[in-house]
Design a protein. Structure first.
Lengths: 113, 113
């Protein structure tokens, strides 16, 4: 069985500050890990993904995440927040040939001017 | 098509009525997923299709919910005798095969009054 825990339902940062959104997963098989972003009244859009290979993955809009197997974590970071980053972010886990992608509860990011 | 298409985008229905939600996945995608997103909640997995078969229906909340997929393409989620707690955004996603990146539609916002 797989599961995802996102720490913090809401995160608030100032414009220009570091963004850190936390995600821990549980999986009995090597996982595929994803971060999706959802802007208001829109569907989900893939930010980045880890499948195999390099554990530090870069995505769109300056975001990156690092897969740490020993910590079962896949935290999302961005060095400098922009107002346009305000959205809801979902961490997700699946596995090769797995039946479904499991999503975390989401973290809403607020960016203050 | 170019992306996952869902219809209608909004649906208001009276309690007790049946509703059908439609999802048209990206052409060639064999895997199709339905999720439910309630206000302030994460994504709740409902059902997964591989081709026309549904290996995992574990997320359907009750026997009032059913889904089918025909021709390995379009899927319909049916909710019978709708209740107010069914109000949510219903998201459909598809992927080339199970476990990899899913592409989401814009969702159908269902309101039961």
């Amino acid at each position: 069985a797989q599961s995802v825990t996102q720490l913090g339902s809401h995160v608030s940062v100032s414009e220009g500050a570091l963004v850190l959104l936390r995600c821990n997963y549980s999986s009995s098989v090597p996982p595929y890990l994803f971060w999706y972003v959802q802007y208001p009244n829109q569907g989900l859009q893939l930010l980045l993904k880890y499948t195999t290979g390099a554990t530090l993955v870069k995505g769109i809009n300056g975001f990156e995440a690092e897969f740490k197997k020993s910590e079962t974590s896949f935290h999302l970071t961005k060095p400098s927040a922009h107002m346009s980053d305000a959205a809801e972010y979902f961490c997700a886990v699946s596995s090769p040939g797995g039946f479904k992608t499991i999503f975390g509860a989401g973290t809403r990011l607020f960016v203050k001017a | 098509g170019a992306g996952v298409s869902q219809s209608p985008s909004n649906k208001v229905t009276e309690k007790g009525k049946d509703v059908e939600l439609r999802c048209d996945p990206i052409s060639g995608h064999t895997a199709l997923y339905w999720y439910r997103q309630s206000l302030g909640q994460g994504l709740e997995f409902l059902i997964y299709f591989q081709g026309n078969s549904a290996p995992d229906k574990s997320g359907l909340p009750s026997d009032r919910f059913s889904a089918e997929r025909t021709g390995g393409s379009v899927s319909t989620l049916t909710i019978q005798r709708t209740q107010q707690e069914d109000s949510a955004v219903y998201l459909c996603a598809s992927s080339t095969y199970s476990g990899v990146e899913a592409f989401f539609g814009q969702g159908t916002r269902l309101t039961v009054v």
